[in-house]
Design a protein around this ligand. Sequence first.
Ligand code: FMN
Length: 333
Amino acid sequence: MSEEVKIDRPGLFGKNSLCLAPLAGYSDAPFRLLCFEFGADFAVTEMVSSEGLIRAGDKTRKILRRMEGEGPVGCQLFGARPESMARAAELAAGTGPAFIDLNFGCPVKKVVKKNGGSALMRDLPLMEKIIHAVKSRVTLPVTAKIRSGWSAAEENYLEAGEILEGAGVSAITLHPRYRTQGFGGSAHWDHIARLKERVSIPVIASGDVKSVADYLKIVDTTACDVVMIGRGAFGRPWIFREIKDRLSGRDTDPVEGVERINILERQVRMEVEWKGEKRGVMELRKIYRWYLKGLPGMKDFRTRLSRSGTLREVLEILEDLREEIRKQWKETA
Ligand SMILES: Cc1cc2nc3c(=O)[nH]c(=O)nc-3n(C[C@H](O)[C@H](O)[C@H](O)COP(=O)(O)O)c2cc1C
């Protein structure tokens, strides 16, 4: 039995709570901190392999570390062996997260081939065993993230929801796509509404919330408890503030061009501090386009940023970018 003290967080999965989704390659500590600063109530780590965690690779362990200033974070684990998931949950619990989240939705071949992620949607008895094994070893809340089923023909999220509730999970996140859909097509929000009617534990809605309007619509049409935001926060961590402002009736401060670059710079500096210059700069390459989306004339800057190899170079390009944006403003003023 792990020795961590149960953290009482009333309201963690309560109404109006907003959460940053688990996003492999993206929901690392610097990005989570940025989202917390903009109003996310909690966040979930990138998924971590239970077997990898037990073998204790440094990279795997590092994914579970948090930065000072972060709010409540759930550690997400994937795997298919109840004993490994339970042992990994114990190890993860030792790092002090707010809860343990179990991944039953990942569609990636490498994961599914070993019966992990969404493959568990095809083996609900094994899913149940995993929950029991994990719950017998940690005192933290345990949550589960599922899809609508393997395919439309094998839709079983309601059955899975009942099993998960019966096994004692504290909340269920539903990303209402089939495994066969990957991340394409649209999320079936009506599945969230149906799951909400079926279970009495909190339901966290995940899928296609990219604006305040989407947020209002998903809450209205599904009655979900918590809304989870994934791709909608890429290059737009302020989406959490926009939603919070709307909920409290405040005017939201629009984030204009130069401000966007300042926020990007903050993420750049934090990533480099967290991962070291070489790895930080390399991994940042995938995020620039999100921050520059919608700004005119950015092609050359995107190319330069994606080729940059040092923090100094990146900061110089960001300075040039600010200049360019100011110039464009003057021209249109
Ligand atoms: C790049 C990427 C990485 C993801 N990584 C994870 C993950 O590690 N664990 C998980 O449960 N879901 C993962 N997801 C799924 C998201 O958490 C979320 O359920 C899905 O993207 C739908 O929400 P969205 O439309 O708000 O992005 C990932 C999605 C994307 C696009």
